[in-house]
Each structure stands twice: as C-alpha cells, then as structure tokens.
Design a protein around this ligand. Structure first.
Ligand code: PMP
Length: 410
C-alpha cells in the first residue's frame, strides 16, 4: 500500500505509540491483528462507508465489529439520541426511557420477562453468570473451549496477567459436541450453576458452525435436569439472525441472554434479559456502573429496535448475505482459489483452503482494501441495513480483483 496514501495515519500512529499502550489495544489494534497497510484511524463514517484520516474511502464490511446494523449516523437513531440527550443523560437517576426499553425487550424477546442494562457485552455475560450462581447457589459455569465472551480475566483469550483463581469454577465443553457437554456436566453434577453458550460458533480463525438441533436440545436438557441456567451469548449475533433470541429459531428458549453490540446501533449499551425463574436472583445481586443508566443510548436502542422490525432486518440481511456468498463462491471457482464460507450469511466468514498462517487471507483482504473495501482476514464480517444489493456488487468487484491477484501470485 502506498505510504503517501496514509501519511496522516502514520503520523497519528507515531504519536499514539508514545501515549497509548502498544499503540492501540484490543480488537482495534491493526498493527498486531491486520495485514500491514490497513489504516488505524478514521475521520468519518456514513451509512456503510468509512473515511480514514487521509481521506481514503472504504465500503465497510466490519460494521464496527458488529454495533453498526442500520448504517453509521442513521438519522432516526441520531435524532432519538439527541432529543433524549438534550433532556437528560447521565444523572442522579435514570430517565423514563429505561422502562420503555425494558418493556420493548420483554415484548420482543420470547423468554424475556425482565431486562437490565449495562454498557458492554462483557458486563452482560458476567452479570448473567452472577445471576445464575445467585439463583442456584452453585458455582460452576460450563463454557465452550475457545469461545469469546469478553476480555475480563475470567474469559480473555490472552493469559497474560490472568491467575488461575480468575477461572476457578469454570469448566469447558466443545461447541456442538454433545458428548463433551454431557461429560462436563457430569463432572460438576452437584455444583452446576449454568451453561454459557454462544448463539453460534463464531470463534476467530476457524470455520463458523450453526448449533445443531441435538446440541441445543442437550444444552436445554442438562440445564432443566440440573435446574441450572441456560445463558445465551447473543452479544455478537443478536438482532442479525432473529429479533428474538436466535435459539428461538431452533425452538429452544434460554433462561438468560446477554445482548450487546447492535442493540443501539453503535451507542454504548448492552443488556441482560431473563425469565421469571431468575428475576429474584437478578434482584438480589448488586451490579451497577456510573454510566449504565445513560439515557441517550437507551433512546437510540428503542429507535434501532423499531427500525429493525420495520425493515424485517434478519430477512433483509439474509438476502444480501446470500448475494455476497454466491458471488464469492462463483469467483473462487472461476479463479481456482478454494475458500470456505461458513455460518450464517448475515455474518460472513471467509477462510482460504491450505492457509494455516492466513497468508492468503491477508493478501486477499489487502487487495480488497486497495480497491476500497474493508474486510477482515480471520474474523467474521458483518452485514447491515446500509448495505444494498449495489453495495454487494461493488464489494464483489473488489473481491474479483483480489481473487485474480491471489491466483496470479501463486
Ligand atoms: N460475547 C461475544 C460473543 C462477543 O463477540 C463479544 C465482543 N466481541 C463479547 C461477548 C464482549 O463484548 P464487549 O466487547 O462489548 O465487552
């Protein structure tokens, strides 16, 4: 990538290096996570377009890693948030919009009989576990190996700074492996508080997997037999596959659900919903945060949920997702570069065959970036209502070029 195209970005990265640990941390660090050539800093975002600080424009298929579902700067969401913000934001007590939003979630989500609001997805997953333990007076939570539930010490994928005590009372099964699930449950029979499970398997760097009906049923059965909590982590998948909890599509209801990311189209809000059996426990624990009651993200969430319903969002995303998957599949065959596309089409995951070090993925994504399309080589992508059929065509023009380049270079 042409250095001149990223002059301002490089200057900011140099300044950041001096004052921000590792220049950038977490999932936003392009230096440690992306092919070199990706910009670190952005100036502006609108619908599904991003402009980096040097003014280069990209069609964005990462949607802020999930939060953007209606389009950056959606005017109706922005207006709802601004109207609320002008009246009350973070104050000595919450605004009425909090009750309205809880009512809305209870109406929309089959298993939900109450809702509480937090900031990040990790607040939501952690709160679900605390509620499960309070309700059952037991300790162990089962979770899938390699599943991401946040960056707190109990779940961060990096072990640096984590001590064994942070992870006591956690035990692991393999996603979609019923036998491993029963084994893990049997090991902790008398101390099982809950099973934490992602809406589908969306671990980084590997193929995605939808939950098999047998697996989902087994999770429900073990929780019922042990009076433990089925905790669904919808933080990443929520609202893209279904406007209900997405295991409703399999006929399975969770007891507790962690929501986040897309809930307020990019404003800072996550949530926990739960059924009646867990209301008392949710009442008994103490969870809070200075910014958890901030009102404008709640107003934004109400507007977001209304717009998603009006647009039949999951079905729309499925339609454009199919268009993208089909296009990529045709291109991969035409250029003789085999890929694997797995999981739900609304959240595309593209990995290359014979690419253990992700070299092909890096080269492909970098070539697409040069054509103005922002993809990710080893994390799922996200579609939004701002992506139209024409957007997908433009994306496919870029990927066609990227496949061509990859075929020539090998
Ligand atoms: N659960 C899942 C499935 C996630 O994908 C994420 C974030 N990527 C989280 C939890 C944590 O959410 P947050 O980053 O908002 O804390």
């Amino acid at each position: 990538m042409n250095d001149l195209k990223h002059k301002k970005d490089h200057a900011l990265v140099r300044r950041a290096k001096a004052v921000i640990p590792g220049t950038m941390y977490g999932h936003m660090s392009v230096q440690r996570r992306m092919p070199s050539g990706y910009p670190q800093f952005f100036e502006r975002a609108e619908d599904c377009r991003l402009w980096d600080v040097d003014g280069n424009e990209y069609l964005d298929l990462m949607c802020a890693y999930g939060p953007m579902i209606l389009g950056y700067g959606n005017p109706l969401v922005a207006e709802a948030a601004q109207r609320q913000s002008a009246k009350l934001e973070t104050a000595t007590g919450p605004a009425p919009v909090m009750v309205e939003l809880a009512e809305r979630l209870v109406e929309q989500v089959s298993h939900a009989e109450w809702a509480l609001f937090v900031k990040n997805g990790n607040d939501a997953t952690t709160t679900c576990m605390t509620i499960a333990r309070a309700a059952t007076r037991r300790k162990v939570i089962l979770l899938a190996e390699n599943a991401y539930h946040g960056s707190a010490p109990w779940c961060t994928p990096v072990q640096e700074g984590v001590v064994a005590g942070d992870r006591t009372h956690l035990s692991y099964y393999q996603y979609n492996n019923v036998e491993s699930l029963f084994e893990a449950a049997a090991r902790h029979k008398n101390d099982l508080a809950g099973i934490l499970v992602s809406a589908f398997k969306h671990d980084a760097r590997v193929d995605q997997e939808m939950p098999t009906p047998e697996f989902a049923k087994a999770v429900r059965r073990i929780c019922d037999e042990n009076e433990a909590a089925l905790i669904l982590d919808e933080v990443r998948a929520g609202l893209r596959l279904s406007l209900d909890a997405s295991w409703s599509l399999l006929g399975i209801q969770p007891d507790l659900t962690a929501w986040g990311k897309a809930l307020a189209n990019g404003l800072s809000l996550s949530a926990v919903t739960g059924n009646e059996n867990f209301r008392q426990a949710a009442t008994s624990i103490f969870v809070t945060g200075s910014f958890w009651y901030q009102a404008s993200p709640m107003a934004a969430a109400l507007a977001t949920l209304t717009l998603l319903e009006e647009a039949k969002a999951p079905q729309y995303l499925e339609k454009i997702g199919r268009q993208l998957r089909l296009g990529l599949s045709v291109q991969s065959q035409y250029h003789g570069v085999p890929i694997r596309q797995t999981g739900p089409v609304q959240m595309p995951m593209v990995l290359f065959d014979d690419d253990p070090e992700l070299e092909k993925g890096f080269e492909f994504c970098l070539a697409a970036l040069e054509q103005g399309v922002y993809l990710h080589p080893w994390h799922n992508w996200f579609l939004s209502l701002a992506h139209t059929s024409q957007t997908i065509e433009k994306v496919l023009e870029a990927t066609n070029h990227a496949f061509e380049k990859l075929a020539q270079s090998r």
